[in-house]
Write a protein that binds this ligand. Sequence first.
Ligand code: SF4
Length: 438
Amino acid sequence: MAPQLVYIKTFGCQMNEHDSENILNLLASVDYQSTPDPEKADLILINTCSVREKSEQKVYSLLGRLKRHKKNGRILLGVGGCVAQLEGYKLLERAPYVDLVFGTNNIHRLPELIRTARQAKKAQVATEFHEDSPCHPLPELSKPFQVKAYVTIMEGCDNFCSFCVVPFVRGREKSRPSSEILKEVRGLVIEGVKEVTLLGQNVNSYGANVAGELSFSGLLKELNKIDGLQRIRFTTSHPKDLCEELIACFEDQPKLCPHIHLPLQSGSDRILKMMNRGYTREEYLLKIKRLRAVCPGIGITTDLIVGFPGETEKDFQATLDMVTEIEYDEFFSFKYSDRPKTQASQYPDKLPEEEKARRLSILQDKQKSITLKKNRTLVGKTMAVLVEGESKKDPLHVSGRSGTNKVVNFEGTLGLQGKIVLVKILTAHPHSLFGCLT
Ligand code: SF4
């Protein structure tokens, strides 16, 4: 019998991208093959994100467009991830043609849900939270060849930042046993993986609520010993939990890439307090200073929110000042939007959309010029680049990343894929560098 085809569209963060990889792997074990074309699919899945209101709206408009595929009675349409977790049965009220709604804790049940939906010809909803279940309860499956891989080390978050829906859609913090993580990474290395990115909503608190478990720094040190593994990255870390032991890892753990994503969210102490972030701008600046002292040239990226309820021009200026002072390599910036169940959604003094858009555009213009300025300082320098594959823009070029997480393109062949090579930087662009092999 010919395999069934599954098309999956992913919204959101690396955690969601990794969940989608796991979904495809899991479905491969029940004879589904991935297709990039929804027209050919027997099963269409949307893996959703609800961190911003905009991404949630995108899901509903995509569902509206995909509805026409349902004319062919053979096709199942499913929604997973954060929106599914949050909406549950409500999603079926808004989109009654959907066959599957599966939350972030129910990915492992997907084969069974698909089977039941087909046999019973009835929509299946699975959004229960398994607070006691182990983190990441998916079977081990072999993955296609890849140079780099994501490895989930923890899920959920206990921080309850006032704007964030994650604790409600991903649940409380759960760490995976370090023995399982180390085994998975050793297996990936045997399959050819050179770089792993450790994933979690707040990786710095890895192991904190498990007696006898390694700390996050301890886990990094163990991973650093794995033969054949060349690079380690992690995301995301919370500034309040960035301890001195972890900062020291950037100095003494050679496989840890010199890059950190450290979400600031706002440069104003008043707004940081309302956001329940647990640090001040001075404390944040001190940590940046320490990181740069132990690891000169470290790439630093961040997340910022503009237009938080009650954010004044002075608060916004404080954010701009931090961006000017720190000179991030890049950042992700967003307009504040109310998220269900969050504290901030109840706050007064919401800003008009136009004002949020104005602030966002000022912030992004500032960052563009800083990023380009910083990238230009790299022209003439030689960087070690892990080659990931063909460049998206030119088939004669290959593309990879420096340890600091800069995208570097250069003339080369796919024979270099998976190798770390030295590239001399010739030109700098806003989001990438171009160079030649030395
Ligand atoms: S640390 Fe804050 S922003 Fe990050 S996932 Fe947890 S609640 Fe959300």
